[in-house]
Design a protein around this ligand. Structure first.
Ligand code: NAI
Length: 291
């Protein structure tokens, strides 16, 4: 029975996952080292819930129930009573392993420890734990409250009980679970690499600009968002790192080669909506993010 959920990282994904778990009536502790990230997550949730009230999707009672289910904490040890912990911090294996090791020293024997990584090997993350059989990938999509699909990824070390419990709980959270193998990019991020990569190459070869490529993919290709809009939405830094990881994990297979344009945009801080500028300019970042 999963009641207490600890979320590590209150950024784009962690705050969305916290909302999903709190809506499903879990008691959520949302942890971040950065107080500003916690404050922002709290304000963003307030805006999102107000928007849902305006649209008639929830009432004021539901809003306070969801908000009341989330506690914002700034110490990892506050997650000690978690039945399930989901990590959504920076996409860096060493940092994730370090956090997992520390987390395991606080939580109970039965706590499931999950990573929301987009591209790292769950087996490598699990290897940092004394009980690697409790580790699993639970990969939400952005924005977590809206996107139905969740990939659940058992590592070679993961126990069947942990896989079953997670698939059941995530289904209870009203998501659709796809069980994926622990291979680079899992299913969706692997299929998506050529979508971004070819779009960037078309731009780099001078064939078309960002807006034209996005227009073509939306109005002719039938996609809801064009590749550049989507990269701006996901975050260029996050998207670039995922491509780099998948490329290296496939032994530098040129199909997944990262783009210099995206690397330079990331280095320049043109991260997309979250920084106010990416392939496009965004005026009011707060308003843009309050979907
Ligand atoms: P983000 O940059 O929005 O948020 C990361 C948060 O983690 C920040 O608030 C940061 O302060 C915090 N953090 C960093 N190191 C920490 C530590 N050691 N302890 C506690 N907090 C720490 O990143 P985002 O986009 O939420 O991504 C998080 C993870 O989710 C990554 O592994 C990413 O690959 C994955 N992911 C991202 C998606 C996206 O569309 N952005 C989609 C699905 C998965």
């Amino acid at each position: 029975m999963i009641k207490n959920v600890g979320i590590i990282g209150a950024g784009t994904m962690g705050s969305g996952i916290a909302q999903v778990a709190a809506t499903a009536d879990c008691k959520v502790k949302l942890f971040d080292l950065n107080q500003e990230a916690l404050d922002k997550a709290k304000v963003a949730l307030e805006k999102i819930l107000n928007r849902l009230i305006e649209k008639g999707r929830i009432d004021a009672g539901e809003k306070s129930r969801i908000q009341g289910n989330i506690t914002y904490v700034n110490q990892l040890k506050d997650l000690a009573d978690s039945d399930l912990s989901i990590e959504a911090i920076v996409e860096n294996l060493e940092i994730k392993q370090k956090v997992f090791k520390e987390l395991e020293s606080y939580v109970s024997e039965d706590c499931i420890i999950a990573s929301n990584t987009s591209s790292l090997s769950i087996a490598s993350v699990a290897a940092s734990l004394q009980k690697p059989e409790r580790c699993i990938g639970i990969h939400f999509f952005n924005p977590a409250p809206l996107m139905k699909l969740v990939e659940v990824i058992p590592a070679v070390q993961t126990s069947q009980n942990v896989l079953t419990a997670c698939a059941k709980e995530i289904t209870r959270w009203k998501k659709v679970v796809a069980i994926a193998k622990d291979t680079p990019g899992f299913i969706v991020n692997r299929v998506a690499r050529p979508f971004y990569g070819e779009a960037l190459r078309i731009y780099e070869e001078g064939i078309a600009d960002f807006a034209t490529i996005d227009w073509a993919m939306k109005s002719i290709g039938g996609f809801r968002m064009g590749p550049f809009e989507l990269m701006d939405f996901i975050g260029n830094d996050v998207n670039y790192t995922v491509t780099e990881t998948v490329f290296n994990a496939f032994y530098q297979d040129p199909r997944y080669k990262p783009s210099f344009t995206q690397q330079r945009y990331s280095q320049a801080g043109y991260l997309g909506r979250k920084s106010g500028r990416g392939y496009y300019n965004y005026g009011d970042v707060e308003a843009e993010n309050a979907f």
